[in-house]
Design a protein around this ligand. Sequence first.
Ligand SMILES: O=P(O)(O)OC[C@H]1O[C@H](O)[C@H](O)[C@@H](O)[C@@H]1O
Length: 577
Amino acid sequence: MTTSSTRDRRHPGNGARSGNTATREENALKSSASTDATEHVGGPTRLPAWSALAECAARLAETRTDTLFRADPQRFERHLLRHEDILVDLSKQRIDATARDALLSLAREARVADAIEALFAGEMLNFTEGRAALHMALRGSCAIPPADAATLADSDRRMHAFARALRDGQVRGALGDPIRRVINLGIGGSDLGPRMLCQALRPAADTHAPAVDFVANIDPRELDDALAHADPRSTLFIVSSKSFTTLETLANARAARAWLHAALGEGTTLAPHFVAVSGDTQAAAQFGITRERIFTVPDWVGGRFSSWSAIGLPVLVAIGEHAFDALFAGARSMDTHFREAAPADNLPLAMALAGIWNDAFLGCESLAVLPYAHGLRALPAWLQQLEMESNGKRCRRDGQPVEANTAPIVFGHEGTVGQHAFHQLLYQGTRRIAADFIVPVGGRDERQRNLVENALAQSAALMQGLSDEGARALLREAGHSPQEVERLAPHLVCPGNLPSTTVLLPALTPRALGQLMALYEHKVFVQGWIWSIDSFDQYGVELGKRMARRIAEPGHRPSHPATAALLQAVEAMRDAN
Ligand SMILES: O=P(O)(O)OC[C@H]1O[C@H](O)[C@H](O)[C@@H](O)[C@@H]1O
C-alpha cells in the first residue's frame, strides 16, 4: 500500500478500540454471568425481556403514536439519535419509555455488546461456515487476519494503481486505444453495492473518468444494452465474482469475450480488456486474466458486505481515490459509533430493536425502504440482499427453529416516484407496514426542497392517517352532498399509526453514504444476533442454484411432473419462435 489514503483506510490507528471509551451504560449491556458471547443460542423468545415486550405491546395495542406526541412535548427530542451529521428520528415508532427500556433489556439479555466485540475481534460468528465476518477490517476498523494481510495489501496497492491509471487514460486496449468504458460483470453482492455507490456518488457531469456500467442478469438483453453504447477497442470488463463459479457472471464474461473477438479479430489477445475480482485467483487466471490484474476478495467477507473489498473497484474507478477514501472514513466512523456509543444512543442498535419490535409485536412483517434521492434508487435492492439474504433464516444456532419472525420483507422505491405507485397500499391496504425514510437534505433548489418536504409529509401522513371525521370534513369542504359524504367517507379513511424511522443526511456525500451503509450492516448484524441465526451464510440460495444446474444438464428429464410439463411447454414455444 503506497498511498497515505490506502494506509489510512486499513490502518487508521483506530483498529483497536481506545481503552477508556466504554461507557457505563455500554458495560451495563453486558451480562455479568459470562463473557462468552456465543452463549446466546436459544433465541429471543426465552428471554425475560420478550415477555415484558409482549406486555408493552398489549398496553400499546390501541395507542396512537400521535397521542404519545401529545402526552410528551419532548417526544421528538427524546427519540432523536444522532451520529455526527446524521439524524435518526425514531419518534414515529410506537414505542414509549417503558417499551424502549424493555427493548434495551432485550439487547442486554441477548448479550449484544459481547457480540459486537466478538464481531470486531474476528470471532467465528459465521458459525455454520466456520468463518469470521470481517468486512469492517477492510475499512480499517479492526485488524486484518495476519495470514491475509500481505496478500490483501498487495492486491489493494495494485488495484489503486490500476484505477489511477485507468482514470488517467493510461490503460489501453489490445489495439492501443485508451480504455474509456468499464463494464462490471457481477451479480448479488458483486453488483448491488457498487452499482448503488456509482449511481449515488458519480457526479453527473464527470467526463474525466471512464464510463462505468453494470451487467448482472444472464438475460442477454442486459449485456446487449450495455454493449450497444460500447466501443470494443476502448472497453474493459471487470469479471467480479467472489467464488468465480457464478453462472450469470461467467456466462456474461464469455459473451463479452466473444463480442471482443468478433470485433477485434479472433487472433487478438484479449487480456488488456479484462480484470477480475475474486477469492479464487486460480479460476480467474484459468479464464485468461493476467495475474497482475486479479484483485483478491478474502473469504471472511460475505458477498453482501463486499463493497469494501476489491469488489468496490468500479466505484474507485468512477469516483476516484479522494471520494473513495471519504466513503470508507464514513463507514469507519459508524463502526466506532456502533462499538462505543451507549445503548440508548446507538443508531444501529436502536434501528435493529425497532425492527424486531415492529414485526414481532406490532404485526409489521414488511419494511418499505423509501430513499428520497434519485441517487439512492438502488438502495432498496441493496438492502433487500443485505437484510433478506442475511436474516432470511429459520434455524437457530442450536439447530432449533426460531420462534419469532426473522428478516422483514424489504421492498421500496425512490421517493417521490413510489408515492405514485404503491403508497396507496401503505395508507389503506390491509397489511401493516413499517417504513424507513432516507432523506439526504441537499440544497435550496425548489425541486430539491419539494422532494424533502414530500418525505416529511409522507411520514407524518402514515402516522396521522385520516379519521372518519376528517374524511367527512374534507368531503363537505369539497361541496359534496350529505348523502355523498356518507357514501364516500369510509373510502377516504386511512387508519394511519404506521411506524416509521426517518434518517436525515445533510447531503448525498461519500462520507454520509459510508455511514449509512455501515448503519444498516450493523443493524442487520444485531437483529441476526438477537434471533440467534447465522447472518453470514446463504444455504437457501444454493437449493435453487443446484436445481437450475440440474435442469440445464443436456437430456435432463425433470422428475417432478410440474417441471417436466413446463419444460415441454417451453420447448413447444421455442419451436414455434
Ligand atoms: O460473487 P459471487 O461469488 O459471484 O456471488 C454472487 C452472489 O451469489 C449468490 O447468489 C450469493 O447468494 C450472493 O451472496 C452472492 O453475492
